[in-house]
Design a protein around this ligand. Structure first.
Ligand SMILES: O=C(CO)[C@H](O)[C@H](O)COP(=O)(O)O
Ligand SMILES: [Fe+2]
Length: 241
């Protein structure tokens, strides 16, 4: 049976106090810390400004990168679950590996031409490879990454459009989770976006076992209580299945 993993999204934390926010979440029972890495690939700008402006931004936001992961690593031994929302994830493998990232989850939309090289490199740097997909991307797109030689070990199903915390959960994404769980019973299936006490049931009964939650955890008066509730939902759903 796959393990229940609760990963507060540090995107909702106080970035100016990242180390103490991380410690606070771990004390509240977090298993992983979810790190949202959003950036514009700089060489895309140099190579073709117009393309970069039209679609080079993987998301319309800028968050953190390897230097911050490296700084945080000095303060914690926690599993740092990095979610790469960038146009060229390959550029980030070496720096994030060096910085001390634990998981490296890239987007299938940004790696259609080089996912095999990417997975190989992620593994060679000692990180756990994962693939994510945007709401508009069909689940079938990740199958080759799960069935081949260089397979990923986690699939992150986005349940909001990537880019920002605090958005509304998209329940229609649960069909992807159900399909994936049926086909891959021992896979880590992560859900990200809009998860909290009112939406967790839909995700866990579909088969998700890794739960990313930002605003619902950081915005709660008692984050530990929310983390316990999320974990309980994964475990209850697993008992029922
Ligand atoms: O990847 C993300 C956004 O692109 C975040 O991880 C996600 O949005 C978490 O925040 P919340 O739980 O508030 O929705
Ligand atoms: Fe994320």
């Amino acid at each position: 049976m796959v393990k229940a993993i609760i990963a507060p999204s540090m995107l909702s934390s106080d970035f100016a106090n990242l180390a103490s926010e991380a410690e606070r979440m771990l004390n509240c029972g977090a298993d992983w810390l979810h790190m949202d890495i959003m950036a514009l690939h700089s060489s895309a700008v140099t190579e073709c400004c117009i393309c970069a402006l039209q679609d080079g931004h993987f998301v319309p936001n800028l968050t953190l990168g390897a230097p911050i992961i490296e700084s945080l690593r000095k303060h914690t031994k926690a599993y740092l679950d990095c979610h790469l929302m960038v146009t060229n994830p390959l550029d980030y493998v070496e720096p994030l590996g060096k910085a001390g990232a634990s998981g490296f989850t890239f987007h299938v939309e940004a790696s259609r031409d080089n996912w095999q090289e990417l997975v190989q490199k992620i593994k060679s740097k000692g990180m756990k490879p994962g693939v994510s997909l945007k709401p508009g991307t069909p689940i079938e797109e990740v199958y080759p990454l799960l069935d081949g030689e260089n397979s990923v070990e986690l699939v992150l199903v986005m349940t909001v459009e990537p880019g920002f915390g605090g958005q509304k959960f998209m329940p229609e994404m649960m069909d992807k989770v159900r399909t994936l769980r049926k086909k891959y019973p021992s896979l880590d299936i992560e859900v990200d976006g809009g998860l909290g006490p009112s939406t967790i049931e839909a995700a866990t009964s579909a088969g998700a076992n890794c739960i990313v939650a930002g605003s619902s955890v950081f915005g709660a008066p008692d984050p530990a209580q929310v983390i316990t509730l999320l974990r309980g939902s994964v475990e209850e759903a697993q008992k029922r299945s």
